[in-house]
Write a protein that binds this ligand. Structure first.
Ligand SMILES: *Cc1c(COP(=O)(O)O)cnc(C)c1O
Length: 357
């Protein structure tokens, strides 16, 4: 059964739902996908074959250029069921949309038009509406992605691409506060590189150093700059904030080595609203150590779509270990509570961050 919707998205409905075999009490994030997916092809300079269809494998050439040369980008977004109205709302999808095309541009990939990205996402979620959990702390994770599909192993930009959106229910991020290893050998991003893009290769490249840190008992690495290993960049796949009294410091974006998180932007706004001073600037490990010693540095946390805000309890740099006792945490937990409340509809959405499906 195929029917036409806006933007000529051809919709083919699944004949059964996997929801009956899915238990919100017991599931692993990232292993369960909803009944449908969106798929579109970029051919001859145009997005075409836009369809929403049953979630299914895709067929690609063994010479698929994304696999060989890495033209592959993605986004991560969440949709929530509003507590009051029961309506489904997406958190800041337009900001992810903008970032997606920034990534596409850097990776020499075509832009995805707004109606395909946003409208496609809304229609897909509307169709899989029953999968959006109504339980507190649960949401629907949205994964838009694009990759090169030419079956050609010459090194050059692909002429064809696929854009897809898949959806996966997700629950609370039970992760404990993090023990962090300050990484001063390997790097995630370098000026002039691709650190500001959400391209697949960045994550592959981070796996070895992260595994090394985990072997030593840490949860994540704190990336430092490639030139001097002196200035902090990000914490794993989260942006990072250090709180000195009533001032929060996070690395600025000028160097192009930092992924501009939507949660980072939101955190900065909410902290300003709370009367916390925010500085986006270079922050050295030396300053962190000195001011921690002086008792001025009281909190550190990472921000991202998955965990919202994740506190840091320990930072290890060579032979120094900095501890962040929980009784001093104030700003991080307040931001998390506020952000979660806005997303679930129990606090006013002053900035119109929530977009109805
Ligand atoms: C996705 C991501 C973030 C967080 O971005 P959000 O938009 O807040 O989810 C931060 N750093 C890296 C490297 C990321 O990939």
């Amino acid at each position: 059964m195929a029917q036409k919707a806006m933007r000529d998205i051809e919709i083919t409905r699944a004949t059964t739902t996997k929801l009956n075999d899915f238990s919100i009490e017991q599931f692993t994030f990232g292993k369960h996908y909803t009944d449908h997916m969106l798929e579109a092809d970029y051919i001859d300079g145009e997005w075409t074959n836009v369809s929403i269809k049953p979630y299914q494998p895709i067929s690609i050439s063994p010479a698929c250029s994304a696999i060989h040369y890495g033209q592959s980008i993605f986004e991560g977004i969440k949709a929530y069921r509003d507590k009051q109205s029961g309506k489904i709302r997406i958190f800041r999808p337009y900001d992810n949309y903008k970032r997606f095309n920034i990534s596409a541009h850097r990776m020499q990939m075509p832009e995805v038009p707004e109606d395909l990205f946003i409208e496609g996402m809304r229609q897909l979620i509307a169709l899989d509406e029953a999968w959006v959990p109504s339980v507190h702390d649960y949401s629907l994770y949205i994964r838009p992605f694009m990759f090169a599909t030419d079956g050609y192993i010459g090194v050059k930009p692909s002429t064809t691409y696929k854009f897809l959106i898949i959806l996966s229910p997700t629950g609370p991020y039970y992760s404990h506060p993090m023990r962090i290893f300050v990484e001063e050998k390997y790097v995630r991003a370098v000026e002039g590189g691709v650190g500001f893009a959400k391209n697949a290769g960045n994550y592959g490249a981070a796996m070895f150093p992260t595994a090394e840190a985990k072997k030593r008992g840490y949860d994540q690495v704190l990336w430092t700059d490639a030139k001097e290993h002196k200035y902090v960049q990000e914490c794993g796949t989260m942006n990072v904030f250090f709180v000195f009294g009533n001032t929060a410091v996070t690395p600025g974006l000028e160097s192009g080595t930092i992924l501009e998180g939507v949660t980072r932007m939101s955190t900065i706004q909410l902290m300003k609203d709370m009367g916390v001073k925010v500085e986006e600037r270079d922050l050295s490990i030396g300053e962190i150590k000195e001011r921690h010693k002086a008792g001025e540095l009281t909190e550190a946390f990472g921000t991202g779509t998955a965990a919202t805000v994740l506190m840091i309890r320990e930072l290890a740099d060579n032979d120094d270990t900095l501890l962040f006792p929980e009784d001093k945490w104030k700003v991080g937990p307040a931001v998390k509570a506020k952000l979660d409340a806005i997303r679930e509809g129990s606090a006013a959405d002053t900035y119109n961050w929530m977009v109805e499906v």
